[in-house]
Write a protein that binds this ligand. Structure first.
Ligand code: 5AD
Length: 317
């Protein structure tokens, strides 16, 4: 059975320790009831930081002329993911700025190679694309599309210069779900000027959309990190706290180091979550890496007919 709980604004904003603890416990219990103590471990590879969009919150925006742009070679990534991935990884997320060239030249051949050579579940986070591109990616073997709605407030969305309009973004999300994709979405928490009403509207929209997963990134001013945004938001402790409060998916960044520095925006010090650090954090919270892939979990879920969202420790996300 699908379980939801909708926190009220007062609860979301509560600074009181006891209230916060109760809220976090409720979130964790909801996740653990459904997923036991298992956490999905997914690798992310960033294949391009070219982007035709201009989102104000994102360092990859096209007007950021200071960013060195790159596109990865799919052969290098395929070799690494097929032969040298950390053993706990069951899924891969292929991520890029909104770059149709990278979809064609990197993502599609990489997905085909992974499909041919591995059992890995394949997620993509490649922006708003044409219906034809979505179909090609699915045909190649990806099953989960990650497309954030960023904010549920249409005026804020436009002000932030997020892609097209909020309505079009939501149409893309609904189109993906209606054409057989599993879909994960979410929003950025703590954008400048965010009010209680904005925050509640974000939760309400996430609940209303046909989603299989949801993640919330804490806003990182001036840059973004797909690595461990929670650790940036709360140095030293954010990551485990995410797990403790109900997250059930973590990300290991396997982008080759020579291109990693160019991805996104980040000039900030990044705390890289290696497999060892991730496994240590998982164990410290009494959890275990899921032997089943996220893709497999979704496939079974579809067969059994229920829709249950997975909640992610924001990393990229
Ligand atoms: N802070 C937090 N999240 C961000 N994203 C982009 N820039 C930032 C930032 N500065 C998130 C957006 C986007 C996803 C890939 O990363 O939600 O959809």
């Amino acid at each position: 059975m699908t379980e939801f709980f909708m926190p009220a604004a007062a609860v979301l904003r509560s600074q009181g320790e006891a209230g916060e603890r109760a809220f976090h416990e409720q979130a964790a219990q909801t996740a653990r009831r459904r997923f036991g103590n298992r956490v999905f471990v997914r690798a992310v590879v960033e294949i391009s930081n070219y982007c035709r969009q201009n989102c104000c919150y994102c360092g990859m925006r096209r007007q950021n002329r200071g960013l060195h742009r790159f596109r990865a070679h799919y052969e290098q990534l395929a070799e690494m993911l097929i032969h040298h991935r950390p053993p706990s990884v069951t899924d891969v997320n292929i991520q890029a700025g909104e770059d149709p060239v990278a979809v064609r030249e990197v993502a599609l051949p990489l997905i085909r190679a992974l499909r041919r050579e591995t059992q890995l579940g394949i997620s993509v986070c490649l922006g708003s694309l044409s219906a034809a591109s979505y179909a090609e990616l699915k045909e190649a073997g990806a099953t989960l599309y990650i497309l954030k709605f960023e904010t549920a407030d249409a005026a804020r969305y436009a002000e932030l210069e997020a892609p097209a309009s909020l309505e079009e973004r939501l149409e893309n999300i609904r189109h993906l779900a209606a054409t057989g994709w599993f879909v994960s979405s979410g929003f950025i928490a703590g954008l400048p000027g965010e009010t209680d009403d904005h925050l509640l509207a974000n939760f309400a929209l996430a609940r209303e959309l046909p989603l299989d997963g949801c993640s919330v990134s804490p806003f990182i001013p001036g840059e973004e990190t797909p690595v461990s945004a929670l650790n940036l938001a709360e140095p030293g402790n954010g990551y485990q706290r995410g797990l403790r409060t109900g997250a059930n998916l973590v990300t290991i960044n396997l982008t080759p180091t020579e291109i990693r520095g160019d991805y996104l925006l980040y000039k900030r010090d990044r705390f890289i979550m290696t497999e060892e650090r991730i496994l240590t954090a998982i164990a410290a919270e009494g959890l275990v890496p899921s032997p089943q892939s996220l893709a497999d979990f979704y496939r079974n879920k579809k067969i059994n007919g229920a829709r249950v969202a997975a909640a992610k420790v924001p990393a990229n996300a």
